[in-house]
Design a protein around this ligand. Structure first.
Ligand code: SF4
Length: 254
């Protein structure tokens, strides 16, 4: 839930979700459409599909117990290297560094004195693993995330940093390159259309493209394209007429 959604929005949604699906087994046996409906307010509906599929894989392949090994976690739908390492270290104490964008920036600056890009990612990861406090990997990883988010920002606050005396970047008098990481605008985007279609389908068994176009106030061709994209993502089912973009074609949550 925390992938790309703010913690303040996740907190109440998490409580509601866990009250509804208190076990992996119950989540795994829930219809996909119900899980997507329970995802209201969390954005990125693909993650609801991935979570549903991950729960099914955990029940099928791991006896209903979330695996503790990063190698097993990373094979679950929706789980990448960062999430696998974060779950393994924070939930199970596995000695692996969880390297997200913020942590990568801290490690690169402290160890190499620069902000390393792309090709050096493996090097940063290896340095992060060497640096890890193996007595408390989960606590260490969370501290590194906090430091990268609050102190070692793109424009760093070195005077407030507990690592200032050992940081190679600081020692070199490094000047950060300030790059805009603004996301493309949501308003008017294709992502907005997809989200509006899913929201409209939450309250009905199925709907035609024409009615979805009216409900979402989007052009029919944009609604049809969104429906095709959602079918490809496993969120929606569509009949052949809807797949060819005809107004009477019907779609519903998968
Ligand atoms: S001293 Fe500055 S550059 Fe180095 S880790 Fe701290 S905030 Fe980042």
């Amino acid at each position: 839930m925390l992938q790309q959604t703010q913690a303040a929005r996740v907190a109440p949604a998490f409580v509601r979700f866990v009250a509804r699906y208190p076990s992996i087994q119950e989540l795994a046996s829930a219809p996909r459409a119900d899980v997507v409906r329970a995802w209201i307010g969390l954005g990125y509906n693909r993650r609801a599909v991935a979570l549903s599929e991950a729960a099914r894989a955990i029940v099928r392949d791991h006896g209903g117990v979330v695996p503790s090994e990063p190698a097993a976690l990373i094979r679950l739908p929706g789980v990448g290297p960062y999430t696998a390492s974060a779950v393994a270290s924070i939930a199970h104490g596995a000695p692996v560094a969880a390297v997200d964008t913020n942590v990568r920036r801290v490690v690169a600056r402290v160890t190499f004195g620069v902000v390393l890009l792309g090709a050096a990612e493996g090097e940063v990861r290896a340095a992060a693993d060497r640096w890890l406090d193996r007595r408390d990997p989960g606590g260490w990883n969370q501290a590194m995330m906090d430091l990268g988010r609050d102190v070692c920002r793109p424009v760093p606050r070195c005077s407030a940093c507990p690592l200032a005396s050992v940081c190679a970047f600081r020692a070199r008098g490094g000047v950060p390159s300030v790059r805009s990481r603004r996301q493309p605008p949501f308003q008017g985007s294709f992502r907005q259309v997809r989200g509006a279609v899913v929201a409209a389908l939450r309250d009905v068994r199925s709907a035609t493209l024409a009615s979805l176009s009216r409900t979402t106030q989007e052009r029919l061709d944009r609604v049809a394209a969104a429906a095709r994209a959602l079918v490809a993502e496993g969120l929606v089912r569509a009949d052949p007429a809807a797949l060819s973009g005809r107004p009477a074609g019907r779609v519903r949550l998968a």
